[in-house]
Design a protein around this ligand. Sequence first.
Ligand SMILES: *Cc1c(COP(=O)(O)O)cnc(C)c1O
Length: 452
Amino acid sequence: MSITDAPVTAPVGGPSLRQERRLVTGLPGPRSRAVLDRKAAAVAAGVGHTVPIAAVAAGGGVVVDADGNSLIDLGSGIAVTTAGNANPRVVAAVTEQVARFTHTCFMVSPYESYVAVAEALNRLTPGDHEKRSALFNSGAEAVENAVKIARKHTGRQAVVAFDHAYHGRTNLTMALTAKNMPYKHGFGPFAGEVYRAPLSYPFHDRLTGPAAAARAITQIEKQVGAENVAAVVIEPIQGEGGFIVPADGFLNALVDWCRDNGVVFIADEVQTGFARTGRWFASEHFGIVPDLVVTAKGIADGLPLSAVTGRAEIMDAAHTGGLGGTYGGNPLACVAALAAIDTYEEDGLLERAAEIGALLTSRLTALQERDPRVGDVRGHGAMIAAEFVDPATGEPDGALTARVARACIAEGVIVLTCGTDGNVIRFLPPLTISDALLNEGLDVLESALAAA
Ligand SMILES: *Cc1c(COP(=O)(O)O)cnc(C)c1O
């Protein structure tokens, strides 16, 4: 019997997992390698992976692989397991629900948990106006539905997205997404009536928020025409695009322009939502009230769920039967969302996100003072990034960034990169991580940068 055939007892996940970085093999170890070999033979090549392991358990601030390696988790499966993997409240809620019923289709036989998620979203999203919500499966699906709703409400077709935007991988959301490789390359033709406007990117454009907004608005008015625009879609802080925090006043000016011109302002809070930035939603950092808010990722702590929430008169523009889907608002995902929301509220996780942000920011800005390759440190709460540049030219250094990220992973620290130039390392730890693990993860990053 080879080592990979020997039975292994996977540890139970959740916060009771030993909270430590522990490497017992190089990565991947033999058991993980066996799974990755089968992946190469069975799974389409287009589905890549960042960390060369086969995960068997996760919780608190660690991910454990099939060989018994324990990695520090600074990614949360891309900002999803915000309340911690295998969170006990989520596990209990899903376990109870799965034994009752797994699916009826909400459009056939409705159930209470879906309604309760809609009520929670209507309560928690910015603004105290009358709201409605609809539930879907993925972030991209929810963005598409927000655009459908805005078009129906306005009777207009054009949709404006921004430089560096990421909104998903379906046909319409590929059109909204800015970056060609890997998201769009060879996958066209893309959906029509999508237009791109310049963003506010203070580290590079040095523009004030109002100046950057005026630049974008002029371009929209000249190239599209305000009266043709159904919706402006924007991430309040861009995720895949590089954790770009717009200059103060940029989003506010866009919201005002939308109000004045009958355009629906859609905030894509798929990555920024649900306690991640130290507020329920990143829009709150800028004092804006979007017409529609799109959520997914952190909404249900890992179960697939997404939502569109917004002004009742806009949301109700779609005729009965016009919105939905077989699985949208699946009961397992809905009870997980309610348990995750309880956890954010009862465990003080918004405050914890702010603390994590303060720790990450102080360590990374100290590093920036010592090392000019760290060009910029930015973000809010547990959504912080460092942008790497060539100190001689100020140009993005994607190659350095990739080397540093690879070295961190090899040392048992899961980090993710982002940015149009791939020169940003982003930190998205679960809010259940300890300060000790966070600090150890940053120690590893500092050594990796020193060696790179
Ligand atoms: C991840 C993401 C999406 C797409 O969500 P999926 O669930 O992968 O379809 C959309 N918008 C933003 C801002 C995202 O980060």
